[in-house]
Ligand binder design. Structure first.
Ligand code: HEC
Ligand code: HEC
Length: 284
């Protein structure tokens, strides 16, 4: 399907602006009613204070990541390509409450991570980019936004729709996945997976790395099941979501060299697409 049609689909959904900014990030206004869409988690208005203004700047950075962090962002994605609705969409890894969830032990790192560490992980792995210095005002602004979203969430509690959902299915079939991709995804993400103007790639050199959470089939399937197709979320069966997730994750994407050091305690989940050193027979 042509680029124009993909744009028209989004305009029909109420995305006023689909023309990409010079950095390639579409900065659309909130979509109108979308079939099957789940309402974003409510957020208080930004207060007219220095902290409130920082939080607002943080959201702008997360929405226009390539323009705001040109030296850090390494691919065509922005943070809110995955953390939908400004990180307020349930089951799309919402940031609501994130400030109350860290520090947290993470088995992939085998260490206790702060929320800053977690942001750096997504910059390096999901954005194929370079870490942001911890004293950078833009990182502080991102953290101010997270704190704004997390007001009133008790430390250690779970937020409804936290993380992603799960998808239960038989083992994936790549041929079926290719079919789902061609009929349900290609019109927005391109038949070559490389994205279309204002719409992100799902594989290829400008996509997320092999060491990103989204590169795991179960993680991607759960995200896709709840959130894609963007204009008809929830319309795929679990099996279709798993099949198409396996299909897109079987395509080429950027590497992340330090990945073999992941899960240093040998406890990688089964859908990790590489074998950490700790899990080689001679490892550890
Ligand atoms: C390709 C998709 C993708 C992009 C782009 C992305 N992330 Fe993520 N992010 C994820 C996934 C998937 C998870 C959940 C991983 C898990 O549960 O282990 C996650 C988790 C997080 C978390 C932890 C959330 C929690 O509840 O513990 C934070 C914070 C975060 N990302 C920040 C960012 C920031 C900041 C950016 C932009 C610099 C970004 N992400 C870009 C996919 C993405
Ligand atoms: C109507 C257009 C549309 C359709 C159809 C669609 N998507 Fe998306 N997709 C989007 C938009 C818009 C985003 C979020 C981009 C943003 O806001 O930056 C997105 C984000 C994503 C992401 C996370 C970001 C990335 O590029 O890695 C994945 C993965 C994804 N879609 C997979 C799929 C799959 C699989 C299908 C088919 C089942 C599909 N999409 C169908 C529009 C669409």
């Amino acid at each position: 399907m042509s680029r124009r049609v993909a744009g028209a689909v989004l305009i029909a959904l109420g995305w006023g602006c689909t023309s990409p900014s010079p950095g390639g990030d579409a900065v659309p206004s909130a979509p109108a009613v979308v079939v099957g869409a789940v309402a974003p988690i409510a957020m208080d208005p930004f207060p007219e204070t220095p902290l409130g203004r920082a939080a607002q700047r943080g959201l702008a950075i997360l929405d226009a990541t390539r323009d705001s962090l040109p030296a850090q962002a390494g691919n065509a994605l922005r943070c809110t390509s995955c953390h939908l609705d400004g990180g307020r969409r349930p089951h799309a890894m919402p940031w609501v409450g994130v400030t109350a969830r860290y520090p947290q032990y993470r088995s992939r790192a085998g260490a206790v991570l702060t929320v800053e560490d977690r942001v750096q992980e997504c910059i390096e792995r999901s954005l194929a980019g370079q870490r942001l210095p911890n004293d950078d005002p833009r990182l502080r602004a991102i953290l101010a936004y997270f704190a704004h979203l997390s007001r009133g969430v008790p430390v250690g509690s779970r937020v409804p729709g936290q993380g992603v959902d799960s998808a239960t299915a038989s083992p994936p079939d790549l041929r079926r996945g290719q079919q789902v991709y061609a009929t349900q995804c290609a019109r927005c993400h391109g038949s070559d997976g490389l994205g279309l103007p204002g719409l992100p790639p799902v594989w290829g050199p400008h996509s997320y790395t092999i060491a990103a959470g989204m590169a795991r089939v179960q993680m991607a399937a759960a995200f896709i099941k709840r959130n894609m197709p963007f204009d008809a979320p929830g319309s795929l069966t679990d099996q279709q979501a798993v099949d198409v997730a396996a299909y897109i994750n079987a395509q080429s994407r950027p590497d992340f060299a330090p990945k073999l050091g992941d899960w240093p305690n040998g406890d990688a989940p089964p859908d990790v697409p590489f074998r950490p050193r700790s899990m080689e027979p001679s490892g550890r």
